[in-house]
Design a protein around this ligand. Structure first.
Ligand code: FNR
Length: 341
C-alpha cells in the first residue's frame, strides 16, 4: 500500500463511514434568554487563537494532500471556499511531501489558491524541528498543527508502534518555530492530563479533536483484515474533552470532532473554545455536492451562528464563551466521575 493510495482511501472511507454524532453536544443545552438586549447587527464573529486573529471562529481542519492529482483537487477547492468565506484552513499531514518533493504541489495549491489567507501546516508528533520548519515554509503557513494520533497509528497495519519522545519533540517545535503551534487530536479527544502535559512544555493552542465525528479507528479498521473493534468506541467525546481542557486553563482551545452545525459550533464555544473546526462534514459536502454547495454551507453556518448569538445576547465570541449552560446525561456523568464541574 503506497502512502498516496492511503490518502485516497482515507477520503473514501471517511465519506463511507461518516460521522457518528456522538460528540456529546446533545447533552449541552443553552438557557433561553427572553431579553437578550442585542441586535444581529451587533454580533462580531472575530476571534483570536493565541496570537492569531481570525475573522471567523470556524475553520477547515486538516484533511489531505500527498495523494497526487485527486488530493490536489480537493485541497484547491477547500482553499477556494475558505478564501470566499474568509476562513482559515489547515492542510493534511505534509510528511508525504517532505519525503517526496513531487507531492508538494498538492499542498502548495492551498497557498496558491488563497495567497493572503490564513493557512495552517500539519505534521505528526514524530516530526523534527527541521521538518516542521520545512512544512511551514512549503505553504508559507501562518501556524503549524502537530497532530497526535496514537489510536489511528495502532489500528493502521503499517502504523507507528513507538510513541516515545513526542512531548519533547513538540516542546522543541514550540521553542524553535517562528509561527504559533497548534497541537491537535484527530478524533479521540484529549484528557486534562494530556492538556496539562502540553501546557507544561509551553503549548498555548490546543485543538481537542474529540470523539464523535470522523472515526479513524473505524476508517483504519475498514482497511484491515483482522478488525481491532475495541478501538472503534475509544476516545473522549468532544463536549467532555473541551470541559477537561477548560479545567486546566491557560490555552486557547479549538473545539473539533464531529461538528456539523452552527449549534454544535456555538456549544463548543460556550464550553470554552475560541475557534471551532470542521473536517468530515465539509469534505462530504464538497465531494457530494461541489464547491458552490460548500460555499453556501459556510455562509449559512455564519448566518446561523449570528442568529444563535443574538438569541443568547452574546455580541462576541468571548461573551458566547461565558453564557450559562446546562449539562446533562453521559457528559454530566463523565465530568462528575472525572471530578470536573
Ligand atoms: C483527517 N484528519 C487529519 N488530521 C490531521 O491532523 N492530519 C491529517 O493528515 C488528517 N487527515 C485526514 C483525512 C481525512 C480524509 C479526514 C476526514 C480527516 C483529521 C481531522 O483533521 C479531524 O481531526 C477529524 O476528522 C475529526 O473531525 P471531524 O471530521 O469529525 O470534523
Amino acid at each position: 500500500m503506497t502512502r498516496a493510495q492511503r490518502k485516497i482511501d482515507h477520503i473514501q472511507f471517511a465519506l463511507s463511514t461518516g460521522q457518528s454524532c456522538s460528540h456529546g453536544f446533545s447533552d449541552v443545552s443553552f438557557v433561553h434568554q427572553s431579553l437578550p438586549n442585542t441586535s444581529c447587527e451587533h454580533i462580531s464573529l472575530q476571534t483570536r487563537i493565541g496570537e492569531l486573529s481570525l475573522s471567523s471562529p470556524i475553520f477547515i481542519n486538516a484533511m489531505t494532500g500527498g495523494g497526487g492529482a485527486e488530493t490536489e483537487r480537493v485541497n484547491e477547492s477547500l482553499a477556494m471556499a475558505a478564501k470566499h468565506q474568509g476562513l482559515a484552513m489547515a492542510v493534511g499531514s505534509q510528511m508525504a511531501a517532505l519525503r517526496d518533493k513531487r507531492e508538494e504541489l498538492s499542498y502548495k495549491v492551498v497557498r496558491r489558491a488563497n495567497p493572503n489567507g490564513i493557512v495552517f501546516a500539519n505534521l505528526g508528533s514524530e516530526a523534527t524541528v527541521e521538518q516542521a520548519k520545512r512544512a511551514i515554509e512549503m505553504i508559507e503557513a501562518n501556524a503549524i498543527q502537530i497532530h497526535l494520533n496514537v489510536i489511528q497509528e495502532l489500528t493502521m497495519p503499517e502504523g507507528d508502534r513507538d510513541f516515545t519522545g513526542a512531548l519533547r519533540r513538540i516542546e522543541m517545535i514550540v521553542k524553535e518555530c517562528a509561527v504559533p503551534v497548534i497541537v491537535k487530536e484527530v478524533g479521540f479527544g484529549m484528557s486534562k492530563e494530556t492538556i496539562q502535559k502540553l501546557r507544561n512544555v509551553g503549548v498555548t493552542i490546543i485543538d481537542v479533536g474529540g470523539f464523535g465525528g470522523t472515526n479513524f479507528a473505524g476508517i483504519e479498521n475498514e482497511r484491515r483484515q483482522r478488525v481491532l473493534s475495541y478501538f472503534n468506541d475509544w476516545g473522549i467525546p468532544t463536549a467532555a474533552s473541551l470541559v477537561e481542557a477548560e479545567s486546566v486553563g491557560g490555552a486557547s482551545l479549538i473545539g473539533s470532532g464531529g461538528l456539523q452545525t452552527a449549534l454544535d459550533a456555538a456549544k463548543a464555544i460556550a464550553l470554552g473554545a475560541s475557534a471551532v473546526a470542521f473536517a468530515g462534514q465539509f469534505l462530504r459536502i464538497l465531494v457530494h455536492h461541489g464547491i458552490e454547495a460548500l460555499i453556501q454551507e459556510l455562509a449559512a453556518l455564519h448566518e446561523d451562528l449570528v442568529l444563535i448569538m443574538t438569541a443568547l445576547g452574546a455580541n462576541t465570541i468571548e461573551q458566547l464563551q461565558h453564557v450559562p449552560l446546562v449539562i446533562s446525561g453521559y457528559t454530566h456523568h463523565w465530568l462528575t466521575e472525572r471530578g470536573i464541574d
